[in-house]
Design a protein around this ligand. Structure first.
Ligand SMILES: [Zn+2]
Length: 135
């Protein structure tokens, strides 16, 4: 099984007990890989949080939904918020639908675009898609 070191994001084999790149003890954390990905959403580096969002979407980790929704609302980094919106779509987070809908009509056009994409992935018609609404 391929795993990612949640310290430096080096890709390695799960048979390794220690990350070959940064030396982090891969076995020190008793949590499962999915739980490690979720805890990586709290990483101090925004780039690592973006990476965690991407991996959660790739690996389809539905348990990450509450934490992703928190990031969408509260993360200070725009790229993290966008990545969290994308991940919520990829994991088909039904609970995130009201939050994603609330992003439509915001000033940040890119966030709106990503919210619409994610709503489509969750198979919800985004508001404003059926009739044009100005203002
Ligand atoms: Zn590492």
């Amino acid at each position: 099984m391929i795993v990612f070191c949640t310290e430096c994001w080096h890709e390695t084999d799960s048979s390794h007990q220690i990350c070959p790149r940064c030396g982090a003890n891969l076995a020190v954390n008793p949590h499962t890989y999915e739980e490690k990905l979720i805890s990586a959403l709290d990483h101090p580096l925004p780039a690592a949080r973006v990476r965690a969002c991407w991996l959660i979407g790739l690996n389809k980790v539905p348990a990450a939904a509450p934490r992703l929704m928190f990031l969408v609302e509260a993360d200070p980094d725009l790229f993290v918020r966008r990545a969290a919106v994308q991940a919520l779509g990829k994991i088909h987070a039904q609970a995130a639908v009201p939050l994603l809908q609330s992003l439509i009509g915001q000033e940040d056009h890119q966030m709106e675009v990503e919210a619409r994409k994610s709503l489509h992935l969750i198979q919800v018609i985004p508001p404003g898609s059926e009739q044009s609404s100005e203002g």
